[in-house]
Design a protein around this ligand. Structure first.
Ligand code: GRF
Length: 218
């Protein structure tokens, strides 16, 4: 059964092209979600402009104004909670979260990471894929758990690395596929197709034994 409308809060730190993909799909009537707020830990970023243009409430909780990660995450949690989200979507949100914050939104928080997890959690994923002479690269959407980029993966998209590829060319292709992959998985959540049980992702109530592979046109 489809939830009435899934209330989504999107957390960003910068550009927000994945946010834009969600905004566009919602506007086109292709996603049963309502993006009720965009929250950035950095002021003056492009993603905030995207939210403003789409008339979405947007706020900054600037991590540099807090003395500790705990104090910052407490403020962030309060900011998120005022919008009573069903789902929190991390879209280029570049802060490590405290366990408290992650637990508060257990099973209700998704992240997109530019690698074929469990390969390359953390930063510089494109460089690491090139350095290791990987044949393929891609992106993963996972439930957020206390382990950085380590929560159960729900879905992935991938493409072949070409001989002339650079970090920049990989970054461009990754974004293209992410803009299809992320809205699809957010849609699954909104339609109650996916859930987190303990440390296990479920799809239609069944244990997801491996990530769903989403084909893109790349
Ligand atoms: C994406 O590549 C995502 O995988 C990573 O951060 C990037 C955010 O890009 N977590 P954007 O801000 O959505 O353009």
């Amino acid at each position: 059964m489809t939830k009435q409308t899934c209330r989504v809060v999107v957390l960003i730190s910068g550009n927000g092209s994945n946010l834009q993909a969600l905004i566009d799909q919602q506007a086109a009537g292709l996603l049963p979600i309502d993006i009720v707020a965009v929250i950035s830990n950095r002021p003056n970023v492009m993603g905030l402009q995207r939210a403003a243009k789409a008339n979405i409430p947007h706020q900054v909780v600037d991590h540099t104004e807090f003395d500790s990660r705990e104090l910052f995450d407490t403020a962030l949690q309060q900011c998120i909670q005022q919008f009573t989200p069903d789902l929190v979507v991390l879209a280029g949100y570049m802060r490590i979260m405290t366990a408290d914050l992650v637990r508060r939104f257990a099973g209700k928080m998704l992240n997109i990471h530019p690698s074929l997890l469990p390969k390359y959690p953390g930063l510089h994923t494109h460089r690491r894929a090139l350095d290791n002479k990987d044949l393929q690269h891609g992106s993963s959407v996972h439930f957020v758990t206390e382990e950085l980029d380590g929560g159960p993966v729900i879905a992935q998209s991938q493409f072949d690395i070409q001989p002339g590829d650079t970090e920049d060319s990989l970054a461009i292709r990754i974004k293209q596929l992410e803009h299809k992959l992320y809205p699809k998985v957010v849609g699954w959540f909104a339609e109650n197709k996916i859930a987190l049980q303990g440390n296990q992702a479920l799809y239609n109530g069944e244990k997801l034994l491996q990530p769903k592979m989403i084909q893109t046109d790349l």
